[in-house]
Design a protein around this ligand. Sequence first.
Ligand code: SAH
Length: 281
Amino acid sequence: MSNRTWVEVEIIVAEEAKDDIILMAGELGSSGVWETGNSLRCYFKKDEWQKEKGEIFLSFLRSLEKENKVEFVVKELQDKNWNEIWEKSIEPIEVGERFVIKPTWKSYNKSDRIVIQIDPKMSFGTGYHETTRLMLRAIEKYIKPGSKVLDVGTGTGILAIASIKLGAREAVGVDIDEWAYVNAIENAQLNDVKECFKIILGSIEDVVDRDFDFILANINKNAVVGMMSSFYDKLKDEGILITSGYLDFEQGDIEESLRTFEFEIIDVFKEGDWIAIVSKK
Ligand code: SAH
């Protein structure tokens, strides 16, 4: 990593304001957000922070401060402290009944859980986001050994890797982001699934197969609704669609779109305000 300077904004926040801050930080291009208890730490590259993003974020926080919803401090960090922060703050995390997600530098040998190794590199999909955990819980409940899986918006590749670890015979991951594409390839290797995990840089239209038993998509409401006809087209009859990336107030819009394509909703998973919906073609 080059010698970059980062800005860390540490925010002590009331539960109800958390999601708004995470969304705002994401929209402003934050490189990562760490949540621990009632604190959020948002990281920005200093050069980007200085190009007005910092001002926007701070005025947003000041307005919340007036409503007594947050307290915050802004700090500058050099790369050195930055790496220390990662190493200290990232613990193996148990998800659902079957999985544990850990960085390569931590060990985990407590139980018979399936270990997924993901080194967080400022990407979504480290297992710390609610929607990733919701997807993993749905996957462990529904994926059947021998299935063929499409993971749209694969990110770190975590969902495809988890599916293969549960016995899927083949997974295709697709992502429009080049960085995610490279990271998914690295993680396929790291988790020893690269023989069964094919990764495509592009969108769902770039996937030619139409015989998937499962489609996974953890992106956001508009992306999920926009891809509904492609999901339908690429799933086998009675195939299962698992989607997330949206909040519970958006459930109605997702369900309406699912009904248009005659998907049958079979399960809904919730964590905080986030949900995942499982449906059948
Ligand atoms: N599947 C991972 C990552 C989800 S983040 C997990 O569950 O944790 C969402 C990912 O979707 C990002 O990597 C983003 O680059 C990708 N993405 C966003 N829009 C997309 C689109 N239209 N087609 C494919 N990928 C998309």
